[in-house]
Write a protein that binds this ligand. Structure first.
Ligand SMILES: Nc1ncnc2c1ncn2[C@@H]1O[C@H](COP(=O)(O)OP(=O)(O)OP(=O)(O)O)[C@@H](O)[C@H]1O
Length: 827
């Protein structure tokens, strides 16, 4: 393997500053504050590299407390005081008061801002006042659910008997939970499969539900989020039927427009509390981009040093200075390799004493393991841990000296969640975001306002998606016949049209009293799947079922020869049987990964919205995408270097979904000064970069999106760039791109224009999942095409300032430095 971090194999000059050299690694001398830690790390970096693109200082923010509301249960207040909560923070009382008054509320404040107390205060007070009342608490992960259970158990009156009701609850306990618990910790899956279909059995609980708590509600997004939205509508309907009208309290780390996102999720008006009154420790926050290297990837594109390699170097440097550091990486395998590389660097520097104090977090997600890690880190036994985002939620590690983020974790909420692990009250900490070789990471490294400004990513759901709505209406009808009065909650006319289709398909029956489920048994709806039949992954030799992959993604991920990662372990696919929907794999850890190659065709089915901009027109609508995986490449881990390509024979797949697209007539093409030869590559490059950037505005991953560009599309007769949702029926991402078109394309243009490569690289216009092997791509042409589109958008917005997309204060145009005044942040 190549030496991934050559510059740091020698002792850094920074260790001569006498800070900790030769000292016991922790305890004896204080760890320097974040700014000094950064300076020391940078002193060890070759001058020509200059990886730091921006340094942001987050000042200490003092807390703002207020009085307990008069209605607070005195016993609860005493228990809180005993746990060190002397007075509530202002946002906690603001949210609690709204909930107490019966308003649905979302608390959208920062990490560790005490969001739990905002719902515990009204909910536990009501439980104390009314011995029959109960609470349903929903969490997106079982680990978080178990943690919350412990926290409520410590605060609640013993009569509350908090208990979990999820897939891990033994059958013999389930009855007990239903009968006795007044704080039931569960998840949307259990609500969907276990509680709502058996609502008669649950009726005595459901008629007493006073509050429904939806923690970490930003986790409910895309198709899954749209399903959860309907599960919550079903819950409200059933509760109403039993005479209950629970108050919904949602909690989330900050996302754009939390009130609108929460309202869409719950299906009724939700107000937001966002003014964070909790204290924030200070931090130095550096944006870091690894330099381009001599190595080349597809079409000779220069490759950057990997984020994991730089993260390992930083981890070693920081540990050497005694700083307790967490490095967040993207996969479990990467966690192990980053910890290993950091240990090697320390060993090379003769710091054998520190080697054993660096580890990776690779265990399951058991509470005991997390507690042990917390203990070892806070006791200083461990100084450096490389971890996946498994440690992001539901763990009480705070007060670290430094956090390194190797790559953008996908959402700003996650970024702040991870960054928030650093910081102590008295001293500022260090956070380093290390960009990966990818357009979004590159953009963030060069546009601090996108990180430190107002949040711009929105939690996108689309409850009107017919592939979600149809099955959900079936579930609702199977629970209780649907009546015309119910329809408003499920989308009104859209739901009515869907019901007609379901009746025509024989799934529902229309009777004078409503719509009835006509199928056998219960509707079988997987709220986490795409609707395609899942593909079973079977281990050769043992016959063990390792898991399943979504049918929609299977051709690209478990084709013969594919590298398949399951819970951090790697396997290679021996055989993929499309008919039987199963793939046989064997364990193997090669030093390569695989990427599928495909060809795509797209036909426009219907246009829903059109924005004529002159020579350019923007649209959204429904499209049919035909996709066929035709080959795959092996790429070297870490560098992305293409090692080999193999053909595949797989049937095409059809996807009806939603898209956003731009058409450019000949005037636009002329103005962009791209000739016939350059046009396909210019459009293709713009499409790739746009796909790379959309997750900045919509909480999705670039793998949730697809794209197609062409010099002449048969349905439009013009040059066109399409970006579509990679899920049947759409997930709302393309619509979000349409709504934020200008900001999206400004950021796209800035990413391409500011990348220092000459003709395109993975940080700007190359895509890791391009079906055409990133050919053709014309970086310069892409910038000119985007300029023409942006000119037209600017002219249009000037003429019609009411469009929803005129606010570009947060995302700069990319060429200039960020504005001097950056708004205060939730941290
Ligand atoms: N008013 C308060 N005064 C002092 N400490 C508080 C107060 N409210 C909450 N805390 C403490 O702050 C810590 C974080 O609280 P909590 O876990 O509820 O935050 P959170 O916002 O839910 O965090 P996360 O973002 O990780 O979900 C806990 O240790 C809690 O006891």
């Amino acid at each position: 393997m190549t030496t991934l971090h050559p510059v740091r194999s020698a002792p850094p000059p920074g260790t001569d500053d006498g800070l900790l050299d030769g000292d016991p690694p922790s305890g004896a001398r204080p760890v320097p504050p974040g700014g000094e830690l950064l300076a020391a790390v940078l002193a060890a970096t070759p001058e020509e590299e200059q990886p730091v693109t921006h340094v942001h200082h987050l000042p200490v923010r003092p807390s703002r407390t207020t009085d307990w509301p008069a209605w607070t249960d005195p016993a609860l207040r005493d228990r809180l005081a005993a746990r060190g909560v002397g007075a509530p923070w202002q946002h906690q009382v603001a949210a609690a008061q709204l909930a107490r008054e019966g308003r649905h509320v979302v608390v959208a404040t920062g990490t560790a801002s005490g969001k739990s107390l905002a719902y515990q205060l009204p909910a536990l007070t009501t439980l104390a006042e009314d011995p029959r009342a109960c609470v349903l608490y929903l969490a997106p992960t079982k680990a978080l659910a178990r943690d919350q259970l412990a926290s409520v158990a410590a605060l609640a009156d013993p009569s509350v008997r908090p208990a979990a009701y999820d897939g891990d609850t033994p059958a013999e306990e389930r009855d007990w939970v239903r009968r006795h618990s007044r704080w039931i910790v569960t998840n949307p899956d259990m609500l969907h499969r276990g509680i709502l279909p058996a609502h008669q059995r649950w009726s005595s609980t459901l008629r007493r539900v006073a509050y429904v708590v939806i923690d970490e509600c930003h986790a409910y997004r895309g198709v899954f989020g749209s399903h959860v939205g309907h599960v919550l509508r079903r819950l409200r309907r059933i509760c109403r039927r039993y005479g209950a009208d629970p108050v919904f309290v949602l909690a989330s780390a900050t996302v754009a427009d939390p009130a609108a996102a929460a309202t869409r999720l719950v299906g009724t008006e939700v107000v937001a509390v966002t003014d964070d009154g909790s204290p924030r420790p200070g931090a130095t926050f550096a944006l870091w981009e690894p330099p381009l290297t001599e190595r080349t990837g597809e079409h000779g594109a220069p490759l950057r040093r990997s984020a994991a390699a730089d993260a390992a170097g930083l981890l070693a440097d920081l540990v050497e200075r005694g700083a307790r550091t967490l490095a967040f990486v993207r996969s479990r395998r990467s966690a192990e390799s980053v910890a290993e590389q950091a240990r090697r660097i320390l060993a090379d520097r003769g710091r054998a004493d520190l080697v054993r104090r660096v580890d990776s977090y690779r265990g399951g997600y058991l509470p005991e393991e997390r507690r042990e890690l917390e203990r070892a880190l806070s006791a200083g036994d461990l100084l450096g841990v490389a971890t996946t985002n498994a440690l992001e939620l539901g763990i009480d590690i705070a007060g670290l000296d430094a956090v390194v983020l190797a790559g953008y974790p996908g959402t700003l909420a996650s970024l702040w969640q991870q960054a928030g692990r650093a910081g102590r009250a008295q001293r500022e900490s260090l956070v380093v975001f290390v960009a990966r070789d990818d357009p979004l990471d590159h953009y963030l490294a060069h546009h601090p306002r996108a990180v430190f400004g107002r949040p711009i990513e929105a939690t996108v759901t689309d409850p009107a998606n017919p592939y979600v709505l149809g099955p959900q209406l079936c579930c609702a009808a199977a629970e209780l016949p649907l009546t015309p009065d119910d329809l408003a909650d499920f989308g009104g006319p859209v739901a009515e049209a869907q019901l007609e289709e379901l009746v025509a398909a024989g799934q529902l029956r229309r009777r004078p009293t409503g719509w009835y489920w006509a199928g056998r048994g219960r509707p079988d709806v997987d709220i986490r799947g795409s609707g395609d039949e899942p593909v079973a992954i079977i281990e050769a030799g043992t016959g063990r079922l390792l898991g399943t992959v979504d049918g929609g993604a299977a051709h690209a991920t478990v084709h013969e020869g594919a590298l398949y990662v399951h819970r951090g372990d790697t396997f290679v696919v021996d055989e993929y049987d499309v008919e039987d929907a199963c793939a046989v794999v064997h364990p193997e850890s090669p030093d390569w990964t695989t990427v599928a190659r495909d060809v795509t065709d797209l036909a426009i089915v219907s246009i829903e919205q059109t924005r004529p901009l002159g020579a350019v027109t923007a649209h959204t609508g429904v499209v049919d995408v035909t996709n066929q995986v035709v080959a795959y490449q092996r790429r070297r881990l870490g560098t992305g270097e293409v090692l080999a390509e193999f053909p595949l024979v797989l049937p095409p797949r059809q996807l009806r979904t939603r898209a956003v697209w731009l058409t450019l007539d000949s005037r636009a093409v002329q103005r962009a000064e791209v000739d016939d030869a350059a046009l396909p590559g210019s459009l293709h490059a713009a499409e790739h970069a746009a796909i790379g950037i959309l997750p900045l505005l919509a909480t999705c991953d670039r793998w949730d999106l697809g794209g197609l560009s062409t010099a002449v599309h048969p349905d439009t007769g013009t040059a066109a760039i399409f970006v579509y949702d990679g899920h049947p029926g759409g997930a709302g991402f393309a619509e979000r791109g349409y709504a934020a078109l200008r900001r999206w394309l400004q950021a796209t243009r800035a990413t391409v224009a500011s990348c220092e490569c000459e003709t395109g690289c993975p940080s700007c216009v190359q895509s890791p999942k391009c079906g055409n092997g990133n050919d053709p791509l014309d970086k310069a042409g892409a910038v000119r095409v985007l300029d023409v589109v942006l000119d037209e958008l600017a002219a249009r917005d000037h003429a019609d300032p009411d469009t929803d997309d005129t606010d570009d204060r947060t995302v700069g145009t990319g060429d200039g430095a960020p504005a001097a005044a950056e708004p205060d942040l939730v941290f």
